[in-house]
Ligand binder design. Structure first.
Ligand code: AMP
Length: 296
């Protein structure tokens, strides 16, 4: 069991285990649980970066065992080209996870996760009908399908999600509550590149020019944070929209300022203690999302 107790282990050498099937995963975790180990879980689609690493480090700090899944979930891609082009960097991913002391990396096949089509429907309106839900039909249904299957397989004590996918985090919290999962959902802050661009696996697909153009997204959000101190919600929405509409190489899909819990648009700053500005932008054919919290 030493490999699971990396916080207390007497060994300096650490061995991460790679598991491909749910049966083997449950077998391994059953042993951990019977030894009273606390299990943390970080679901990912791979092409890992420092944003993912921050979730893994948080889980390793909070738990005895950290399971990281790498699975590019087909049911959450409404755009099949996006699925085909999704970056896959498995051996670099293993290195990143090992360096950050993940205990188990779970890498199932599509057949393992979907032995037959998943016909379940998750409806968390109005959380899942706005923003990403409006522009990516079926996306959150696919996210809930895979995350619930992974929760059932791992049965973690805690699961870690990034605030980068702000709406996803809110929907996972709602799913966890409604389905009665006995686990804690922990949201972790957005990790950015040094120049401010939110880290994303999709950034790997940007050309040099697109990467420069993409910087305008975070720059505009940061500017809007100051702007919001002296302007109304609608003026702030207008400012961000104008700035991104006119920006070279970018195509704004939406920008909304919403309450951080209900995800519904607000009209006045006084309407919410947790106002968040959420944006989706095409940079070439790469779709990027980002968000910023106001009045904090
Ligand atoms: P993905 O592999 O894109 O499905 O992301 C897996 C998890 O990592 C999700 O909970 C994301 O919100 C989180 N994540 C992705 N990028 C970042 C980032 N830049 N900062 C923090 N968390 C992130």
């Amino acid at each position: 069991m030493q490999r699971f107790s990396n916080k207390n282990s007497v060994y300096s050498v650490f061995i991460m285990k790679t598991i491909y099937t749910i049966a083997e995963l449950q077998n391994e975790l059953g042993v951990c649980r019977s030894h009273g180990r606390k299990i943390g879980f970080v679901p990912t689609m791979g092409a890992l970066h420092e944003g993912h690493a921050s979730l893994v480090r948080r889980s390793v700090a909070d738990n005895d065992v950290t399971v990281v899944s790498i699975f590019v979930n087909p049911t959450q891609f409404n755009d099949k080209e996006d699925l085909r082009k999704y970056p896959r960097t498995l051996s670099a991913d293993y290195n990143l996870l090992e360096a950050n002391h993940a205990s188990i990396v779970f890498v199932p096949s599509v057949e393992e996760m979907y032995p037959q089509p998943d016909t379940r429907e998750f409806n968390y309106a109005p959380l899942d009908t706005v923003m990403e839900g409006a522009f990516r039909p079926g996306h959150f249904n696919g996210v809930c399908q895979i995350v619930s299957k992974l929760f059932d397989a791992v049965k973690p004590d805690c699961a870690y999600f990034g605030e980068k996918d702000f709406q996803q985090l809110a929907i996972i919290r709602e799913m966890t509550r409604r389905l009665g999962y006995n686990l804690e959902i922990i949201g972790c802050p957005i990790v950015r590149e040094e120049d401010g661009l939110a880290m994303s696996s999709r950034n790997k697909r940007l050309s040099d020019t697109e990467r420069k153009n993409a910087l305008k997204i975070s720059q505009t959000l940061f500017e809007s944070h100051n702007f919001a101190n002296e302007h109304t919600v609608s003026e702030t929405v207008q400012m961000v929209s104008n700035s991104l509409h006119g920006a070279p190489g970018l195509k704004l899909e939406y920008f909304s300022i919403v309450d951080g819990t209900t995800l519904q648009e607000i009209n006045n700053w006084e309407d919410s203690d947790t106002a968040v500005g959420c944006v989706a932008v095409f940079c070439g054919d790469v779709r990027l999302i980002d968000n910023i919290k106001y009045r904090t």
